[in-house]
Design a binder for this molecule. Structure first.
Ligand SMILES: [Fe+2]
Length: 389
């Protein structure tokens, strides 16, 4: 069949993006007829002034607001189970996720378990959720995960220390209120990590085996914005307009990857992040160029379009030059953002490498990577990026 005629599905939530959008939450409390909403967040976010502004506009509209703030970075299965128990105990009727990717992913998991029962890890994989959960509203405080618009939730299995991906349109949020104001609380390193995460979403979605003409538009637009905004927003204190651009790029990248899925960078980053408890964006930043080098000749025409979106002069250049220019631009970006080029561990053992390879091969993101990796190829890659202190 002509590839352009293949059936494609594109699912996104309602979004309101712009200054002050988070305070429009009051309208939606009424829209969803909520009387007992539960806010899912973390302890750092809970103490911030803009968080109090959000709760202040809700308080008078409802009987009670339950706040669950026991979410940590790389959220764990038991945190989701605890949140679901709290949701059911208090007869909550709506979930408001406030924060970065971790609280939003945990909120999605709470939604799954509170409606479908069982354990959150029962729902690992693609389309394993029977029933949709309660209404879910997301207010992101970072510009990268795009968990607020995606059909992905990543949760760590606390027994095996492996990240599990849950992918289903039943966890696409109902509403994302994307407001640049909460993004002011990101420090420059968080801006760098989350921005590089968004860039990785865009690139992996564009070269994914499940891309479509609709996801392509969003992926390339995300690359264009990040190319021009991320480094200036790292160097100096960003203005609200710059934070808006970062949020816009993250949202475009989210539309793309939520519907085209990801690739080997994310499969390996999930593995590293869970086993070594590292920031997701840092893992992606380190891995991105290694995977581009591996993938390039499986989709050279696609990487050329990415290079053009980076405004590199490669329209008529031979493939080898396109690859070198793309690697060089991304490496410069990583250095400008002060992201290290490798991961340092106390002891690098063959068991650690084997475990990383095994969880990578079981991650659903590896399925849509343009190149099929062997176990030994992944071993070599992990050996390259991990050093002993
Ligand atoms: Fe990501």
């Amino acid at each position: 069949m002509n590839q352009m005629l293949e059936l494609r599905k594109f699912v996104v939530p309602e979004i309101i993006i712009g200054d002050g959008s988070s305070l429009l939450i009051n309208r939606y409390i009424g829209h969803f007829a909520s009387k007992r909403p539960m806010i899912v967040t973390d302890k750092n976010i809970r103490g911030l002034p803009w968080f109090n502004d959000i709760t202040a506009v809700i308080d008078d509209l409802v009987e009670t607001v339950i706040i669950f703030d026991d979410v940590t970075e790389n959220p764990k299965d038991y945190e989701a189970m605890l949140g679901a128990e709290l949701f059911l105990t208090h007869n909550c009727d709506l979930i408001i996720a406030v924060g970065g990717g971790s609280p939003i992913d945990c909120a999605k998991c709470i939604s799954i378990v509170s409606t479908n029962g069982g354990h959150i890890l029962d729902y690992e994989g693609v389309d394993e959720i029977a029933l949709p959960g309660p209404p879910l509203i997301c207010i992101p405080s970072t510009a990268g995960s795009a968990a607020d618009v995606s059909q992905f939730a990543i949760i760590t299995d606390s027994k095996t220390h492996a990240k599990k991906a849950i992918i289903s349109k039943k966890i696409v949020p109902d509403l994302a209120l994307i407001d640049p104001e909460p993004l002011k609380t990101m420090d420059k390193h968080l801006r760098a990590f989350t921005g590089m995460d968004a860039l990785t979403h865009a690139i992996e979605a564009y070269v994914s085996n499940a891309q479509s003409p609709i996801t392509d538009v969003h992926a390339l637009e995300a690359v264009r914005i990040i190319n021009s905004v991320l480094e200036p927003a790292f160097k100096q204190s960003p203005k609200l307009a710059d934070l808006y651009q970062l949020a816009l790029a993250s949202t475009h990248a989210g539309f793309a990857f939520s519907n085209a899925s990801l690739g080997a960078v994310h499969a390996m980053a999930h593995s590293l992040g869970a086993l070594l408890n590292l920031p997701h964006g840092q893992c992606n930043s380190i891995l991105l160029n290694y995977i581009i080098e591996e993938n390039f000749y499986a989709a050279p025409h696609r990487y050329r379009q990415i290079a053009i979106a980076f405004q590199l002069p490669v329209e008529t250049a031979p493939d080898d030059q396109v690859l070198q220019q793309l690697l060089s631009r991304i490496d410069t970006m990583r250095q400008n953002l002060e992201v290290p080029d490798r991961i340092i561990v106390e002891t690098k053992t063959p068991t650690l490498i084997k475990q990383l390879v095994s969880t990578t091969l079981h991650d659903p993101c590896i399925i849509t990577n343009p190149k099929v990796f062997t176990e030994s190829e992944l071993e070599v890659l992990f050996e390259k990026i991990i050093s002993e202190s």
